[in-house]
Design a protein around this ligand. Structure first.
Ligand SMILES: O=C(O)CCCC[C@@H]1SC[C@@H]2NC(=O)N[C@@H]21
Length: 247
């Protein structure tokens, strides 16, 4: 598709008209005029970047739909490493950002509509948009020339594998695969919680349900189920560093 407001919005619209999600079908746009990010933010497109969405039908009694966000990040990580095996420093940040160093290379937006979830993925292949207050990266800026179609076909493959495993109850194994590719344990993360304000802790793993674990300065471990987690930086000795819950 040449241009659309947002590939997520286009798929949500189709679902609202009664179309069933088709596993393996991706809607990919050259340009988005109203790309959307998490927490109501704008997602700025860039020519040659990947902007695509796919819809997943949730089956009866499917466990933990929130874990799909992490599975999507894992699939993007695997796809990027397939097209650029030499890429170093690519890490996952909970729930579903991909960073190189501290700069964001990819963002993922999941939106649920009744018994379906739309998974929207934006990857800066060619251009890193200017986002005030945030560091961004692109593969081209890192010296790697990857076409959108090459990335799209790698992602279609990794997503099909990971989604099949997820539907088959493979979340525990996918969780381990996510953790192998995540920021190092102890990395300082911050999150705004409505009851407590800004909480800072060292990354300490994932709960079995996909919540992120933060080790706070007093040594306690806190599970965060929702929120916009920001990267603060390398570990500090008083928070984090140790593994919590075997993650
Ligand atoms: O990190 C974020 O805030 C999530 C960004 C998600 C961007 C993608 S681009 C394809 C799809 N369509 C959208 O409008 N958003 C997602």
């Amino acid at each position: 598709m040449a241009e659309t407001a947002s590939t997520n919005s286009a798929l949500l619209e189709r679902l609202s008209h009664g179309e069933a999600p088709v596993q393996g079908q991706w809607l990919v746009a050259d340009r988005q005029t109203a790309g959307r990010g998490r927490a109501g933010r704008v997602w700025t497109d860039g020519f040659g970047n990947f902007m695509g969405s796919t819809a997943v039908a949730l089956r009866d009694a499917e466990a933990l739909p929130q874990t799909l966000a992490l599975v999507a990040g894992l699939s993007v990580h695997r796809a990027l490493m397939a097209v650029v095996p030499a890429l170093s420093g690519l890490v996952l940040k909970w729930p579903n950002d991909l960073l190189v160093g501290e700069a964001k290379l990819c963002g993922i937006l999941l939106e649920r509509q009744r018994d379906a979830v739309v998974v929207g993925i934006g990857v800066n292949l060619a251009e890193a948009p200017d986002v005030p207050g945030r560091k961004t990266a692109s593969l081209a800026g890192l010296g790697y020339d990857v076409s959108r179609d090459a990335f799209a076909s790698a992602l279609a493959e990794t997503w099909a594998e990971d989604l099949t495993a997820w539907h088959a109850g493979g979340w525990p194994m996918l969780r381990e695969a996510w953790l192998v590719r995540s920021l190092p344990k102890g990395t300082l993360l911050g999150v705004n919680l409505s009851e407590e304000g800004h909480v800072i802790g060292g990354f300490a793993g994932l709960e079995p349900d996909g919540a992120v674990l933060l080790r706070l300065a007093d040594g306690s471990v806190r599970a965060i189920h929702a929120g916009d987690v920001e990267l603060i930086g390398a570990s500090r000795s008083d928070v984090g560093g140790q593994d919590a819950s075997g993650g």
